[in-house]
Design a protein around this ligand. Structure first.
Ligand SMILES: [Zn+2]
Length: 115
């Protein structure tokens, strides 16, 4: 599920995550790590994200949580980003209905959502 940064900032105004995401996107490498095409996404590992830790990550931000326990972020093109999402879901034997692409012109965050 895609959420734009302005939406995040309006709902979670105290969270450092929107500012951290803007910084990660501004430092994004121009070539996809997996295929060399033009990049549009920064891939962050999600080890340690659970329903119990999500609020802590939201409050403390990515630098103090996810980026401490996952490989360094990598830049990806849209196709390779979707390939990684599908691989991550199928490795955990999770089924999925769709991968929602970004909408509009604002930068944002793609997060897994459970229905
Ligand atoms: Zn690629």
């Amino acid at each position: 599920m895609f959420q734009s940064l302005p939406t995040w900032q309006s709902v979670f105004s105290e969270s450092p995550i929107p500012g951290e995401v803007e910084s990660l996107l501004s430092e994004m490498e121009p070539s996809c790590r997996d295929c060399g095409s033009q990049t549009a996404f920064v891939w962050l590992g999600s080890d340690d994200v659970t329903s119990n830790t999500f609020l802590e990550i939201l409050e403390r931000g990515l630098d103090a949580t996810l980026l401490q326990h996952n490989p360094a972020p990598v830049a990806l093109c849209p196709t390779c980003c979707v390939v990684r999402i599908v691989r991550a879901l199928t490795l955990r034997d999770l089924s999925y209905i769709e991968v929602c692409s970004p909408r509009g012109t604002s930068p944002g965050i793609v997060l897994p959502m459970a229905y």
